[in-house]
Each structure stands twice: as C-alpha cells, then as structure tokens.
Design a protein around this ligand. Structure first.
Ligand code: DC
Length: 222
C-alpha cells in the first residue's frame, strides 16, 4: 500500500494532475475537496448558512457522505444521491471553503479520508493531506502556481462547462479562497514538513504531470 499526498492552493492543477498520475501508476485518486463541497451542498440544501457553524455542527450526523471509484473517476454521494456534478458549480467553491474552516466539519471528514488511505494505494489531494490526514505518506507534494495562472485555468474549466463567469471574478475568488484556506485556525493550508515544493507556473498540463511523475519515481518505490 502506498500513499501520496498532494496539497496546494485552489487551481494549482492538483486534481487534473493527480488523476492523470493515478491512471498512469494504477493508484486510486481521492479528491478530498469534493467532500467539503458535499458538506457545502448539504448546508445549502438544509437551509443553513455556510458560515453558521453553530447551526451546521449538530446537523452533520445527517450528512451521509460516501465516495466510489468507477473506471478511475471518483463519484461523491450525499445521502445516497450522486452529487458529483452539482458540487462543481462555481458558488459551491466558496461554500466549501467556508464550511472547511469549521472544526466539526474537518473532524467529521477526517476518518473517511484516513480509511481510504488505509484500504487503497492512493494519491490524495487537498489542503491538509500531508499535514493532518496522512502525515506519514510515502511522498508529500506541495503543488503551487501563481494566482493569475491558477485563475486562468479555473476560468477555462468553467467556460468549458458552460458556466457564465468573468475572469476578474475568478481571480478575486481565488485570492479570497487562498486567504481563507491559509489563515483559518483549523488545519490551514501549509506546506507539510518534508513536502516537496513543485511550482507549475507557465507549465502545460503534460509538463506538470511529467514533473509529478518524475518526483514520485525519485522518492517512492512503486
Ligand atoms: O480543492 P477544491 O477547490 O475542490 O476544495 C474546495 C474547498 O475545500 C477549498 O476552498 C478548501 C477546502 N478543502 C480543505 O479545507 N481541505 C481539503 N483537504 C480539501 C479541500
């Protein structure tokens, strides 16, 4: 069983790169951001404001969240319903960032993530994978890129999915989420001790995938 942790800010390409690497190396790709997004959606559907920890905390036990992997693709279920597409809507990003700052939410999702890493050889991406979820991972990577580069990628993704967004709004959102995610008291986004720092600014996707594969081969006995 091997485990690789990839952390970094929004839009650094973590999920696209990790998915490609998982396919190449036969690992299970776990996108942990999707779990926080599912909690954001749970709050929305329950009529709870996504910054209201007092209201959301006690209701979490009603949020049945599970993930499955079919043909390499992760699907996320909320109370039995496949919400994998719905959680990708632009407004779910900030909702996920807001709920992810709440200690009860993080505690609620921790065991689910650790269980995945115990049962499968994983490449897991998120914000606190190397610092909290699997600090003993075989390799920890901190993947980053400039905010402008990351906003450009997110913008292209939204447009490809037919979402109407303004480029400036995407950049503003990225900067605000960076601030939220790295300044929160609970498990803030940090480069874990021993994590290899990779900067993908200016890279094509293929170049970034190659860089990560090269790093894995250098550090992990596959
Ligand atoms: O990776 P993403 O954009 O889907 O993540 C959505 C939000 O969830 C992000 O703003 C921060 C939060 N998150 C987290 O706090 N810890 C993780 N391991 C993964 C995501």
């Amino acid at each position: 069983m091997i485990s690789i942790a990839i952390d970094g800010p929004s839009g650094a390409g973590k999920s696209t790169i990790a998915r490609a690497v998982a396919k190449e190396l036969g690992l299970t790709y776990v996108d942990t951001g999707a779990l926080y997004r599912a909690i954001g959606l749970f709050a929305k559907r329950s009529g709870i404001c996504d910054t209201d920890e007092k209201a959301l905390g006690p209701r979490l036990k009603e949020a049945e969240i599970s993930i499955s992997h079919k043909g390499g693709a992760q699907r996320v279920f909320l109370c039995g319903e496949d919400v994998s597409e719905e959680i990708r809507r632009p407004e779910m990003s900030m909702a996920a960032s807001n709920v992810s700052a709440m200690p009860p939410v993080r505690a609620f999702l921790l065991e689910l993530q650790r269980e995945m890493a115990r049962r499968h050889s994983v490449i897991m991406d998120g914000r606190d994978i190397g610092t909290v979820v699997i600090p003993g991972a075989d390799l920890k990577i901190f993947l980053t890129a400039s905010p402008e580069d990351r906003a450009k990628r997110r913008y292209k993704e939204f447009i490809a999915r037919g979402e109407k967004v303004e480029p400036e709004a995407v950049l503003r959102d990225i900067i605000k989420r960076d601030h939220n995610d790295s300044t929160r008291a609970e498990s803030p986004l940090r480069r874990a001790p021993g994590a290899v720092l990779l900067d993908t600014t200016g890279n094509t996707l293929d170049e970034s995938v190659e860089l990560v594969l090269k790093t894995i081969k250098e550090y992990v006995e596959l």
